[in-house]
Write a protein that binds this ligand. Structure first.
Ligand SMILES: C[S@@+](CC[C@H](N)C(=O)[O-])C[C@H]1O[C@@H](n2cnc3c(N)ncnc32)[C@H](O)[C@@H]1O
Length: 387
């Protein structure tokens, strides 16, 4: 990622406009400073880390813009504005990743804010190399296919193939499927595929299939809609069957060693090893009450900056399914300050700043949506801030 090293920088008087970049304010903690830069519709922090040999200046991770060129322009403008005595510069040595973000890649917020779909919807959890997702999309053009995957290289590779094959009926989400389910409307999905999930024999809490996931899957499935697990793992098959059978009413179909029209990389490997392959299909039989989509969480109570400034800010709050870690305090000026926080579900923490301006607080750089874990964490953080 682009950066430069400087032996000295001249402090800016904020706000400071440098070419097309506006530097709005600076927040300082014990060992770093964050300068808020605005370029077109992007707002991001330029971070200065004090080192014995000088200053390292780079994009801050949580707010880093997805297009590298935006960050590069911000760093060049900052170098000029602060009359940096540059020792060496790596601003242009980075490959331009994500130059054109794909229109097929959607953030979770898309499903909460703008998702209105009249087509049949099928969801694939953990699509990996994407063979099954792309095959289904090409074979079922009237269906919208939602692919969810946490492994970024797989997401990028599949996005390229979607573009290359000109598929218009696929969207991809780079997020934990266990949480993304909470963003989908009730009674809206025809099929959910979970093919060859990681068995996690030693860390069962990381499995995709769980009581909570099945509850959400049944909520989003239409009546007659199916949750389709395909696995080579005897243990995962038995575990999932237990979870499905623990429901008070259940309709489950089991098949063994059935071929599908498309075989994934994993499946090819297991077949070569002559392993059994199980299909376990759970059928939803109930209409669910419509549920509102998650909303952006807001801080309603007034905040006391002076009290927060004197708080011990290295704090961790914990519940069974959620946590909050307050990582530190940044000073902006007399009436403004900022907290750095990680919070939400244990396996998929959200990272944000909470900017406090007079009595008002908001999450930065993006809003936080009211998933179950986020809502509980937000309540605990609000209480901690006002304690
Ligand atoms: C063993 S691979 C199987 C890939 C593909 N379904 C296939 O059959 O070849 C499991 C995939 O699930 C993804 N994955 C694991 N946990 C996930 C989660 N909570 N949400 C979304 N994807 C997940 C992994 O990154 C991995 O790509």
């Amino acid at each position: 990622m682009p950066n430069f090293h400087a032996s000295s920088l001249t402090p800016l008087a904020y706000p400071h406009q440098e070419g097309e970049v506006l530097f709005m304010w600076e927040a300082t903690s014990a060992d770093e400073s964050l300068v808020l830069a605005q370029l077109e519709n992007h707002q991001f922090f330029i971070k200065q880390i004090r080192r014995p040999e000088g200053l390292l200046v780079k994009g801050e991770k949580i707010t880093r813009p997805s297009q590298v060129k935006v960050l590069q322009k911000g760093l060049i403008a900052y170098e000029n504005a602060s009359q940096a005595a540059v020792r060496f510069s790596n601003i242009y040595s980075t490959k331009n990743h994500h130059e054109n973000p794909s229109a097929h890649l959607k953030p979770p917020a898309f499903f909460a804010e703008t998702f209105q779909e009249t087509r049949e919807i099928w969801v694939e959890v953990g699509f990996g190399s994407g063979r099954h997702l792309l095959h289904q999309a090409a074979s079922n053009p009237t269906v919208l296919h939602v692919g969810i995957e946490i492994h970024k290289p797989s997401v990028e590779q599949v996005l390229k193939r979607i573009e290359h094959e000109g598929l218009e009926n696929v969207v991809v989400v780079d997020y934990d499927a266990r949480i993304l389910m909470e963003f989908l409307p009730a009674n809206s999905v025809g099929r959910i595929f979970v093919h060859f999930p990681i068995p996690w024999d030693k860390k069962p809490h990381r499995r995709v299939i769980s009581e909570g996931f099945v509850e959400e899957a049944l909520r989003v499935l239409k009546v007659g809609g199916t949750l389709e697990l395909r696995t080579d793992s005897d243990a995962y098959y038995a575990y999932a069957l237990d979870v499905f059978m623990a429901l008070s009413q259940t309709k489950v179909q089991i098949q063994k060693n059935m071929d599908l029209a498309v075989s994934s990389k994993y499946e090819d490997r297991w077949k070569r090893m002559e392993k059994n392959i199980y299909d376990l299909t759970l059928v939803n039989q109930h209409e669910h009450a419509p549920t509102p989509p998650p909303v952006a969480l807001v801080f309603e109570a007034p905040v006391d900056v002076a009290a927060l400034r004197h708080k011990e800010t290295n704090a961790t709050l914990r519940g069974e399914t959620w946590f909050v870690h307050v990582e530190g305090w940044y000073e902006i000026n007399q009436t403004q300050g900022m907290l750095k926080v990680a919070f939400g579900a244990y396996d998929r923490p959200e990272h944000r700043y909470v900017v406090i301006d007079q009595e008002n607080a908001h999450y930065f750089p993006e809003e936080v949506f009211s998933t179950k874990a986020n809502t509980l964490a937000h309540v605990a953080l609000t209480e901690w801030m006002n304690r």
